[in-house]
Write a protein that binds this ligand. Structure first.
Ligand code: ADP
Ligand code: MG
Length: 316
């Protein structure tokens, strides 16, 4: 078992490089699901996301579909099991986050447009437009000179985009949500809106602009979140995902430096010490999820935990 995991960890980056690692979908018989959508979607073809076992590409939600008109993807359908408390919470949080973000005018990033949201027989359904381009998980795996340039541009644009989001609203305290999430911590500011789960799989780049997807974790920040939390989270995840895909360490550190320098220029001048203190909080949060048995099947949490241990951020 352990051996198989080790082999997979070493071979996957290679395999992914050759097997064009864009997200894969396959046709699916899903008449009942299509019929439960409003009639304007009835003529579309539905394909289900293939589960490839590549944690970084997949996120947590298994039931992602693409709705196509001929060969053109026109919508992404995300379904949630409303019988599960965490998925039900995600449904309402994502709905509210979409409403808020769509009512604002951001210049340096986009979000998908929410076309439909509804619940039918305990299945929550969100239909959104596809993000433009490919996720940073894809760009991390494109080792051609053009791909590496695009990765640099993507990281730069992501820094500017986060800076715009963070500085768009100002609060004098963090929302109680964060005080509960990180008990006994002082949570230094500044406070603003944050994405809350900003990692390479949730950022798309089309060569020019950034699109943030997976907005449910933005919701609690509507009452104020420490912006350094987002910066620390992205830095950690960039290192972890890049390490997983075999991007040389030197190149990763250049990307991290570029990210932080650009963010500080466009957003807040957060100190290294502040960012590091939030990295430690995140490391503890992941460790406690695992201790409670949450995410023990979640390869992303397990891998990021392993990365944090090797970086001295977690103890076990
Ligand atoms: N609007 C979208 N455009 C393109 N791909 C999407 C979109 N929404 C979801 N996906 C794909 O599905 C995956 C999982 O969706 P996401 O909203 O991130 O849910 P999770 O909470 O499981 O991370 C994403 O990593 C992405 O590959
Ligand atoms: Mg996601």
């Amino acid at each position: 078992m352990i051996f198989r995991k080790l082999v997979a960890l070493f071979l996957l980056p290679l395999w992914s490089y050759f097997a064009s690692p864009a997200i894969r979908f396959s046709p699916v018989e899903n008449g009942p699901l299509l019929r439960s959508l409003p009639p304007r979607y009835a003529h579309l073809q539905m394909e289900a996301r293939q589960v490839t076992g590549d944690f970084a590409e997949e996120g947590r939600t298994d039931r992602i579909y693409v709705l196509k008109e001929g060969d053109t993807p026109v919508f992404i359908l995300k379904t949630l099991d409303m019988k599960k408390e965490d998925e039900k919470r995600d449904y309402y949080q994502e709905k509210r986050a979409f409403e808020v973000v769509q009512s604002k005018h951001f210049h340096r990033f986009r979000t998908p447009r929410l076309a439909y949201i509804g619940v039918k027989e305990n299945t929550g359904m969100l239909i959104e437009t596809p993000a433009a381009g490919k996720s940073l998980v894809w760009w991390l795996q494109d080792r051609t000179p053009e791909g590496r340039e695009a990765l640099k541009d993507a990281v730069e644009e992501a820094a500017i985009a986060l800076a715009e989001l963070h500085t768009s609203h100002k609060f004098s305290t963090p929302a109680p949500y964060y005080q509960k999430l990180y008990p006994a911590s002082s949570l230094p500011g500044p406070y603003g809106l944050i994405h809350g789960d900003v990692h390479p799989g949730n950022i798309f780049f089309d060569g020019k602009s950034i699109t943030f997807i997976d907005l449910s974790s933005l919701y609690p920040s509507l009452n104020g979140a420490p912006v350094a939390l987002d910066v620390a989270h992205f830095t950690l995840m960039l290192r972890a995902f890049a390490g997983y895909y075999g991007v040389p360490k030197k190149e990763v550190e250049l990307l991290v430096t570029q990210f932080l320098t650009t963010y500080r220029k466009h957003g807040y001048a957060l100190s290294d010490k502040l960012i590091e203190s939030y990295m430690k909080l995140i490391a503890h949060e992941y460790a406690s999820y695992l201790a409670e048995g949450i995410g023990s099947q979640d390869h992303q949490i397990l891998y990021v935990k392993r990365f944090m241990t090797s970086s001295g951020l977690a103890n076990s």
